[in-house]
Design a protein around this ligand. Sequence first.
Ligand code: TMP
Ligand code: ZN
Length: 417
Amino acid sequence: WIELNDNDVSGEPTACRVCGGPVRRCLDLGRQPVSNAFLLPEQIADEAFFRLEVGICTRCTLVQQLDVVAHERMFRPDYPYRSSTSARLRRHFADVARTLHTTELTGPDDLVVEVGSNDGIMLRTLSDAGVRHLGVDPCVGAGDTAAQGGVRIRIDYFNERSAAEIRRTDGPAKVIFSANTISHIADLGSVFGGVDALLTADGVFVFEDRYLADIIAHTTFDQIYDEHVYLLAVRSVSEVAAVFGFELIDAQRLGVHGGSMRYTVARAGARPRTARVDQLIGEERALGLGDPATFAGFGARLDVIGKDLVALLTELRSAGMRVAGYGATSKSATVTNYCGIGTDLVPVIYDTTPEKQGRLTPGAHIPVESAARFTDPYPDYALLFAWNHAEEIIEREREFRDRGGRWILYVPDVHLL
Ligand code: TMP
Ligand code: ZN
Protein backbone atom coordinates (compact mmCIF):
# COMPACT_ATOMS: atom_id res chain seq x y z
CA TRP A 1 0.00 0.00 0.00
CA ILE A 2 1.06 3.59 -0.47
CA GLU A 3 0.54 6.62 1.71
CA LEU A 4 -1.21 9.59 0.22
CA ASN A 5 1.52 12.14 -0.29
CA ASP A 6 1.47 15.86 0.25
CA ASN A 7 -0.20 16.43 -3.09
CA ASP A 8 -3.20 14.38 -2.05
CA VAL A 9 -3.87 15.66 1.42
CA SER A 10 -4.00 19.31 2.21
CA GLY A 11 -2.29 18.76 5.55
CA GLU A 12 -3.20 19.40 9.12
CA PRO A 13 -4.78 22.78 9.55
CA THR A 14 -3.24 24.90 12.23
CA ALA A 15 -6.32 27.02 11.84
CA CYS A 16 -9.99 26.45 11.04
CA ARG A 17 -10.53 26.02 7.30
CA VAL A 18 -13.30 28.61 7.41
CA CYS A 19 -12.87 31.15 10.23
CA GLY A 20 -9.14 30.80 10.93
CA GLY A 21 -9.76 30.03 14.63
CA PRO A 22 -7.78 27.39 16.56
CA VAL A 23 -8.68 23.77 15.82
CA ARG A 24 -8.45 21.29 18.70
CA ARG A 25 -7.89 17.68 17.59
CA CYS A 26 -10.40 15.38 19.26
CA LEU A 27 -10.68 12.01 17.50
CA ASP A 28 -8.27 9.71 15.68
CA LEU A 29 -9.73 6.89 13.56
CA GLY A 30 -6.34 5.84 12.26
CA ARG A 31 -5.20 4.81 8.81
CA GLN A 32 -8.12 4.70 6.40
CA PRO A 33 -8.62 4.13 2.67
CA VAL A 34 -10.66 6.20 0.20
CA SER A 35 -14.09 4.94 1.23
CA ASN A 36 -15.66 4.54 -2.22
CA ALA A 37 -12.53 3.20 -3.95
CA PHE A 38 -13.73 -0.39 -4.46
CA LEU A 39 -10.84 -2.37 -5.91
CA LEU A 40 -10.02 -5.07 -8.37
CA PRO A 41 -7.45 -7.52 -6.91
CA GLU A 42 -4.70 -6.16 -9.17
CA GLN A 43 -5.23 -2.65 -7.76
CA ILE A 44 -4.36 -3.57 -4.15
CA ALA A 45 -0.68 -2.65 -4.57
CA ASP A 46 -1.61 0.92 -5.49
CA GLU A 47 -4.19 1.47 -2.77
CA ALA A 48 -3.93 4.84 -1.03
CA PHE A 49 -4.48 5.57 2.66
CA PHE A 50 -4.76 8.66 4.80
CA ARG A 51 -5.01 9.53 8.47
CA LEU A 52 -8.64 10.02 9.56
CA GLU A 53 -8.54 12.58 12.34
CA VAL A 54 -11.19 15.04 13.42
CA GLY A 55 -10.85 18.36 15.20
CA ILE A 56 -13.16 21.11 16.36
CA CYS A 57 -12.71 24.84 15.88
CA THR A 58 -12.96 26.44 19.29
CA ARG A 59 -14.11 29.71 17.71
CA CYS A 60 -16.87 28.77 15.21
CA THR A 61 -17.42 25.14 16.44
CA LEU A 62 -17.01 23.69 12.94
CA VAL A 63 -16.04 19.99 13.26
CA GLN A 64 -13.53 19.19 10.54
CA GLN A 65 -11.06 16.58 9.37
CA LEU A 66 -7.41 17.45 9.77
CA ASP A 67 -6.19 15.76 6.56
CA VAL A 68 -8.36 16.01 3.51
CA VAL A 69 -8.21 13.61 0.57
CA ALA A 70 -8.08 15.33 -2.82
CA HIS A 71 -11.44 15.58 -4.60
CA GLU A 72 -10.08 13.92 -7.71
CA ARG A 73 -9.27 10.80 -5.70
CA MET A 74 -12.75 10.53 -4.18
CA PHE A 75 -15.17 11.70 -6.86
CA ARG A 76 -13.81 9.88 -9.87
CA PRO A 77 -15.71 9.23 -13.09
CA ASP A 78 -16.50 5.71 -11.84
CA TYR A 79 -17.67 6.82 -8.36
CA PRO A 80 -19.95 3.90 -7.49
CA TYR A 81 -22.49 5.35 -5.03
CA ARG A 82 -26.07 5.60 -6.32
CA SER A 83 -28.69 7.39 -4.20
CA SER A 84 -31.59 5.65 -5.91
CA THR A 85 -30.78 2.20 -4.50
CA SER A 86 -32.97 3.14 -1.52
CA ALA A 87 -36.77 3.29 -1.88
CA ARG A 88 -36.95 5.48 1.21
CA LEU A 89 -34.52 7.97 -0.30
CA ARG A 90 -36.48 7.94 -3.58
CA ARG A 91 -39.60 8.93 -1.62
CA HIS A 92 -37.69 11.47 0.46
CA PHE A 93 -36.25 13.28 -2.57
CA ALA A 94 -39.55 13.21 -4.48
CA ASP A 95 -41.03 15.01 -1.45
CA VAL A 96 -38.14 17.50 -1.43
CA ALA A 97 -38.75 18.23 -5.12
CA ARG A 98 -42.48 18.77 -4.62
CA THR A 99 -41.87 21.07 -1.64
CA LEU A 100 -39.32 23.18 -3.53
CA HIS A 101 -41.74 23.35 -6.47
CA THR A 102 -44.68 24.61 -4.42
CA THR A 103 -42.78 26.95 -2.07
CA GLU A 104 -39.86 28.44 -4.04
CA LEU A 105 -40.00 27.48 -7.72
CA THR A 106 -43.35 29.17 -8.29
CA GLY A 107 -42.48 31.30 -11.33
CA PRO A 108 -42.82 29.74 -14.80
CA ASP A 109 -39.15 30.31 -15.61
CA ASP A 110 -37.50 29.72 -12.22
CA LEU A 111 -34.23 27.80 -12.32
CA VAL A 112 -33.08 25.22 -9.77
CA VAL A 113 -29.48 24.00 -9.67
CA GLU A 114 -28.47 20.93 -7.67
CA VAL A 115 -24.91 20.46 -6.42
CA GLY A 116 -24.01 16.75 -6.41
CA SER A 117 -27.09 15.53 -8.24
CA ASN A 118 -25.83 11.91 -8.40
CA ASP A 119 -28.26 9.73 -10.40
CA GLY A 120 -30.94 12.43 -10.54
CA ILE A 121 -32.94 11.12 -7.59
CA MET A 122 -34.27 14.62 -6.75
CA LEU A 123 -34.20 16.51 -10.07
CA ARG A 124 -36.05 13.74 -11.92
CA THR A 125 -39.31 14.84 -10.27
CA LEU A 126 -38.75 18.51 -11.17
CA SER A 127 -37.74 17.59 -14.71
CA ASP A 128 -40.96 15.59 -15.11
CA ALA A 129 -42.89 18.63 -13.84
CA GLY A 130 -41.27 20.82 -16.52
CA VAL A 131 -39.18 22.92 -14.10
CA ARG A 132 -36.03 24.53 -15.50
CA HIS A 133 -33.13 22.71 -13.79
CA LEU A 134 -29.49 21.70 -13.93
CA GLY A 135 -27.59 19.06 -11.98
CA VAL A 136 -23.87 19.63 -11.37
CA ASP A 137 -21.82 16.55 -10.50
CA PRO A 138 -18.26 15.51 -11.37
CA CYS A 139 -19.09 11.77 -11.52
CA VAL A 140 -19.80 10.73 -15.13
CA GLY A 141 -21.38 7.34 -14.33
CA ALA A 142 -23.98 8.75 -11.97
CA GLY A 143 -24.51 11.72 -14.31
CA ASP A 144 -25.21 9.40 -17.26
CA THR A 145 -27.90 7.64 -15.24
CA ALA A 146 -29.44 11.01 -14.37
CA ALA A 147 -29.38 12.08 -18.02
CA GLN A 148 -31.08 8.85 -19.08
CA GLY A 149 -33.86 9.76 -16.65
CA GLY A 150 -34.39 13.09 -18.44
CA VAL A 151 -32.31 15.26 -16.09
CA ARG A 152 -30.11 18.02 -17.52
CA ILE A 153 -26.56 17.51 -16.24
CA ARG A 154 -23.27 19.34 -16.22
CA ILE A 155 -20.33 17.03 -15.39
CA ASP A 156 -18.31 19.41 -13.24
CA TYR A 157 -17.40 20.51 -9.75
CA PHE A 158 -19.51 23.30 -8.31
CA ASN A 159 -17.42 26.41 -7.54
CA GLU A 160 -17.15 30.11 -8.48
CA ARG A 161 -15.99 29.25 -12.01
CA SER A 162 -18.71 26.75 -12.93
CA ALA A 163 -21.39 28.80 -11.16
CA ALA A 164 -20.46 31.94 -13.12
CA GLU A 165 -20.60 29.96 -16.36
CA ILE A 166 -24.02 28.58 -15.49
CA ARG A 167 -25.26 32.08 -14.72
CA ARG A 168 -24.05 33.29 -18.13
CA THR A 169 -25.81 30.51 -20.02
CA ASP A 170 -28.88 29.87 -17.88
CA GLY A 171 -29.37 33.03 -15.82
CA PRO A 172 -29.59 33.18 -12.01
CA ALA A 173 -31.00 30.32 -9.92
CA LYS A 174 -33.93 30.80 -7.58
CA VAL A 175 -32.93 27.69 -5.66
CA ILE A 176 -29.59 25.97 -5.21
CA PHE A 177 -30.11 22.59 -3.59
CA SER A 178 -27.69 19.98 -2.36
CA ALA A 179 -27.95 16.76 -0.34
CA ASN A 180 -25.02 15.06 1.36
CA THR A 181 -22.49 16.96 -0.73
CA ILE A 182 -21.67 20.29 0.91
CA SER A 183 -19.83 18.56 3.79
CA HIS A 184 -17.68 16.81 1.14
CA ILE A 185 -16.19 20.08 -0.08
CA ALA A 186 -13.19 21.23 1.97
CA ASP A 187 -13.14 24.67 0.37
CA LEU A 188 -16.45 26.05 1.59
CA GLY A 189 -15.40 29.47 0.27
CA SER A 190 -15.66 28.04 -3.25
CA VAL A 191 -19.17 26.75 -2.49
CA PHE A 192 -20.45 30.05 -1.11
CA GLY A 193 -18.56 31.92 -3.85
CA GLY A 194 -20.46 29.80 -6.37
CA VAL A 195 -23.76 30.41 -4.60
CA ASP A 196 -23.03 34.15 -4.57
CA ALA A 197 -22.32 34.08 -8.31
CA LEU A 198 -25.46 32.13 -9.20
CA LEU A 199 -28.28 32.81 -6.72
CA THR A 200 -30.95 35.47 -7.33
CA ALA A 201 -31.12 38.33 -4.79
CA ASP A 202 -33.93 36.64 -2.84
CA GLY A 203 -33.15 33.01 -3.69
CA VAL A 204 -32.35 30.22 -1.24
CA PHE A 205 -29.48 27.78 -0.89
CA VAL A 206 -30.98 24.66 0.68
CA PHE A 207 -28.79 21.75 1.72
CA GLU A 208 -29.15 18.56 3.71
CA ASP A 209 -26.45 16.76 5.60
CA ARG A 210 -25.95 14.25 8.39
CA TYR A 211 -26.46 16.05 11.68
CA LEU A 212 -23.67 16.13 14.26
CA ALA A 213 -26.11 15.90 17.18
CA ASP A 214 -27.46 12.58 15.83
CA ILE A 215 -23.95 11.27 15.17
CA ILE A 216 -22.98 12.00 18.78
CA ALA A 217 -26.29 10.79 20.28
CA HIS A 218 -26.19 7.40 18.52
CA THR A 219 -22.37 7.03 18.40
CA THR A 220 -22.54 6.55 14.63
CA PHE A 221 -18.79 6.92 14.27
CA ASP A 222 -18.96 5.28 10.84
CA GLN A 223 -20.45 8.53 9.50
CA ILE A 224 -16.87 9.76 9.73
CA TYR A 225 -14.97 8.88 6.56
CA ASP A 226 -12.92 10.70 3.93
CA GLU A 227 -15.86 12.30 2.13
CA HIS A 228 -17.34 13.84 5.28
CA VAL A 229 -14.76 16.58 5.68
CA TYR A 230 -17.20 18.46 7.94
CA LEU A 231 -19.71 17.19 10.51
CA LEU A 232 -22.21 20.01 10.38
CA ALA A 233 -24.52 21.43 13.02
CA VAL A 234 -26.84 24.43 13.15
CA ARG A 235 -24.39 26.63 15.08
CA SER A 236 -21.44 25.89 12.79
CA VAL A 237 -23.46 26.31 9.58
CA SER A 238 -24.80 29.59 10.91
CA GLU A 239 -21.22 30.79 11.57
CA VAL A 240 -19.93 29.56 8.22
CA ALA A 241 -22.77 31.26 6.31
CA ALA A 242 -22.04 34.55 8.09
CA VAL A 243 -18.34 34.39 7.15
CA PHE A 244 -19.38 34.41 3.47
CA GLY A 245 -22.07 37.11 3.66
CA PHE A 246 -25.01 34.73 3.98
CA GLU A 247 -27.43 33.89 6.78
CA LEU A 248 -28.90 30.62 8.02
CA ILE A 249 -32.63 31.42 8.02
CA ASP A 250 -34.12 28.00 8.77
CA ALA A 251 -33.17 24.51 9.86
CA GLN A 252 -35.28 21.37 9.91
CA ARG A 253 -34.50 17.93 11.27
CA LEU A 254 -34.81 14.95 8.91
CA GLY A 255 -34.89 11.22 9.60
CA VAL A 256 -32.79 10.08 6.64
CA HIS A 257 -29.25 8.68 6.99
CA GLY A 258 -29.63 8.14 10.72
CA GLY A 259 -30.55 11.76 11.36
CA SER A 260 -29.94 14.74 9.11
CA MET A 261 -30.62 18.48 9.03
CA ARG A 262 -31.95 20.61 6.19
CA TYR A 263 -30.34 24.05 6.23
CA THR A 264 -31.89 27.00 4.39
CA VAL A 265 -29.48 29.84 3.68
CA ALA A 266 -30.17 33.22 2.06
CA ARG A 267 -28.17 36.36 1.38
CA ALA A 268 -27.66 38.24 4.67
CA GLY A 269 -30.77 40.27 5.47
CA ALA A 270 -32.69 39.09 2.39
CA ARG A 271 -35.21 36.94 4.27
CA PRO A 272 -36.52 36.68 7.83
CA ARG A 273 -34.88 34.11 10.09
CA THR A 274 -37.19 31.60 11.77
CA ALA A 275 -37.17 31.13 15.55
CA ARG A 276 -36.19 27.49 14.98
CA VAL A 277 -32.59 28.41 14.22
CA ASP A 278 -31.85 29.99 17.59
CA GLN A 279 -33.84 27.30 19.35
CA LEU A 280 -31.71 24.56 17.78
CA ILE A 281 -28.50 26.47 18.54
CA GLY A 282 -29.63 26.61 22.18
CA GLU A 283 -30.25 22.86 22.20
CA GLU A 284 -26.83 22.23 20.68
CA ARG A 285 -25.20 24.35 23.37
CA ALA A 286 -26.99 22.31 26.06
CA LEU A 287 -25.71 19.10 24.40
CA GLY A 288 -22.14 20.43 24.45
CA LEU A 289 -21.79 20.08 20.66
CA GLY A 290 -19.26 22.90 20.48
CA ASP A 291 -17.18 21.49 23.33
CA PRO A 292 -14.09 19.32 22.60
CA ALA A 293 -14.85 17.33 25.80
CA THR A 294 -18.01 15.93 24.14
CA PHE A 295 -15.78 14.08 21.71
CA ALA A 296 -13.81 12.39 24.48
CA GLY A 297 -16.99 10.61 25.58
CA PHE A 298 -17.83 9.80 21.95
CA GLY A 299 -14.37 8.31 21.42
CA ALA A 300 -14.71 6.15 24.53
CA ARG A 301 -18.13 4.87 23.38
CA LEU A 302 -16.93 4.02 19.89
CA ASP A 303 -14.02 2.06 21.36
CA VAL A 304 -16.51 -0.06 23.29
CA ILE A 305 -18.54 -0.65 20.11
CA GLY A 306 -15.42 -1.70 18.20
CA LYS A 307 -14.29 -4.13 20.88
CA ASP A 308 -17.78 -5.59 21.35
CA LEU A 309 -18.22 -6.08 17.61
CA VAL A 310 -14.89 -7.84 17.12
CA ALA A 311 -15.57 -10.00 20.21
CA LEU A 312 -18.98 -11.05 18.84
CA LEU A 313 -17.64 -11.81 15.36
CA THR A 314 -14.75 -13.79 16.83
CA GLU A 315 -17.13 -15.79 19.03
CA LEU A 316 -19.42 -16.56 16.07
CA ARG A 317 -16.46 -17.71 13.99
CA SER A 318 -15.31 -20.00 16.81
CA ALA A 319 -18.83 -21.43 17.00
CA GLY A 320 -18.67 -22.23 13.26
CA MET A 321 -21.37 -19.73 12.33
CA ARG A 322 -21.48 -18.25 8.84
CA VAL A 323 -21.42 -14.44 8.98
CA ALA A 324 -21.91 -12.10 6.01
CA GLY A 325 -21.97 -8.33 5.67
CA TYR A 326 -24.95 -6.49 4.15
CA GLY A 327 -24.46 -3.13 2.40
CA ALA A 328 -20.97 -2.22 1.19
CA THR A 329 -21.43 1.31 2.46
CA SER A 330 -18.79 4.03 2.66
CA LYS A 331 -19.47 3.82 6.39
CA SER A 332 -18.30 0.19 6.40
CA ALA A 333 -14.81 1.35 5.41
CA THR A 334 -14.47 3.15 8.74
CA VAL A 335 -15.86 0.22 10.74
CA THR A 336 -13.82 -2.54 9.10
CA ASN A 337 -10.56 -0.58 8.99
CA TYR A 338 -10.86 0.91 12.46
CA CYS A 339 -11.79 -2.44 14.05
CA GLY A 340 -9.46 -4.53 11.88
CA ILE A 341 -12.32 -6.64 10.48
CA GLY A 342 -11.23 -8.57 7.39
CA THR A 343 -12.33 -11.64 5.46
CA ASP A 344 -11.47 -13.85 8.46
CA LEU A 345 -14.45 -12.38 10.34
CA VAL A 346 -16.67 -11.20 7.45
CA PRO A 347 -15.90 -13.22 4.30
CA VAL A 348 -18.33 -11.40 1.98
CA ILE A 349 -20.55 -8.30 1.81
CA TYR A 350 -23.77 -8.35 -0.23
CA ASP A 351 -24.86 -5.14 -1.98
CA THR A 352 -27.39 -4.17 -4.66
CA THR A 353 -25.06 -1.73 -6.47
CA PRO A 354 -23.69 -3.31 -9.69
CA GLU A 355 -20.75 -0.85 -9.67
CA LYS A 356 -19.51 -2.33 -6.36
CA GLN A 357 -20.10 -6.03 -7.08
CA GLY A 358 -17.13 -8.18 -8.09
CA ARG A 359 -14.78 -5.78 -6.32
CA LEU A 360 -13.06 -5.66 -2.94
CA THR A 361 -13.93 -3.20 -0.18
CA PRO A 362 -11.31 -0.51 0.41
CA GLY A 363 -8.66 -1.37 2.99
CA ALA A 364 -10.33 -4.49 4.37
CA HIS A 365 -10.53 -6.19 0.92
CA ILE A 366 -13.77 -8.04 1.58
CA PRO A 367 -15.36 -9.25 -1.69
CA VAL A 368 -18.66 -7.58 -2.63
CA GLU A 369 -21.31 -9.80 -4.18
CA SER A 370 -24.79 -9.17 -5.56
CA ALA A 371 -27.49 -8.94 -2.88
CA ALA A 372 -29.39 -11.49 -4.98
CA ARG A 373 -26.92 -14.08 -3.70
CA PHE A 374 -27.71 -13.38 -0.03
CA THR A 375 -30.33 -16.13 -0.15
CA ASP A 376 -28.14 -18.85 -1.52
CA PRO A 377 -27.76 -20.07 1.14
CA TYR A 378 -28.59 -17.55 3.86
CA PRO A 379 -25.78 -16.93 6.36
CA ASP A 380 -26.46 -17.52 10.07
CA TYR A 381 -25.75 -13.87 10.91
CA ALA A 382 -25.75 -10.74 8.75
CA LEU A 383 -23.80 -7.67 9.83
CA LEU A 384 -25.86 -4.70 8.66
CA PHE A 385 -23.43 -2.02 7.51
CA ALA A 386 -26.34 -0.20 5.80
CA TRP A 387 -28.08 0.35 9.16
CA ASN A 388 -29.51 3.65 7.90
CA HIS A 389 -31.65 1.56 5.54
CA ALA A 390 -32.45 -1.05 8.23
CA GLU A 391 -36.23 -0.84 8.01
CA GLU A 392 -36.28 -1.23 4.25
CA ILE A 393 -33.66 -4.00 4.10
CA ILE A 394 -34.97 -6.07 7.03
CA GLU A 395 -38.48 -5.90 5.55
CA ARG A 396 -37.33 -6.97 2.07
CA GLU A 397 -35.14 -9.75 3.45
CA ARG A 398 -37.72 -10.88 6.03
CA GLU A 399 -37.33 -14.50 4.97
CA PHE A 400 -33.78 -14.42 6.38
CA ARG A 401 -35.14 -13.92 9.90
CA ASP A 402 -38.10 -16.22 9.31
CA ARG A 403 -35.56 -18.95 8.66
CA GLY A 404 -33.67 -18.23 11.88
CA GLY A 405 -31.11 -15.71 10.63
CA ARG A 406 -30.16 -12.80 12.89
CA TRP A 407 -29.11 -9.28 12.02
CA ILE A 408 -26.10 -7.77 13.80
CA LEU A 409 -26.26 -4.03 14.37
CA TYR A 410 -23.43 -2.01 15.90
CA VAL A 411 -25.07 1.38 16.49
CA PRO A 412 -25.88 2.78 18.97
CA ASP A 413 -24.36 -0.39 20.47
CA VAL A 414 -23.72 -3.96 19.34
CA HIS A 415 -27.01 -5.87 19.37
CA LEU A 416 -28.92 -8.57 17.50
CA LEU A 417 -32.25 -8.21 15.73
P1 TMP B 1 -25.46 4.44 2.06
O1 TMP B 1 -25.62 3.93 3.47
O2 TMP B 1 -24.24 5.30 1.90
O3 TMP B 1 -26.73 5.10 1.59
O4 TMP B 1 -25.18 3.18 1.14
C1 TMP B 1 -26.07 2.11 1.14
C2 TMP B 1 -25.41 0.91 0.47
O5 TMP B 1 -26.21 -0.23 0.73
C3 TMP B 1 -25.30 1.04 -1.03
O6 TMP B 1 -24.07 0.47 -1.45
C4 TMP B 1 -26.47 0.23 -1.55
C5 TMP B 1 -26.66 -0.81 -0.49
N1 TMP B 1 -28.04 -1.23 -0.33
C6 TMP B 1 -28.37 -2.56 -0.49
O7 TMP B 1 -27.49 -3.39 -0.76
N2 TMP B 1 -29.67 -2.94 -0.36
C7 TMP B 1 -30.66 -2.03 -0.08
O8 TMP B 1 -31.82 -2.41 0.03
C8 TMP B 1 -30.31 -0.66 0.12
C9 TMP B 1 -31.36 0.36 0.46
C10 TMP B 1 -28.99 -0.29 -0.03
ZN1 ZN C 1 -13.76 28.08 12.78
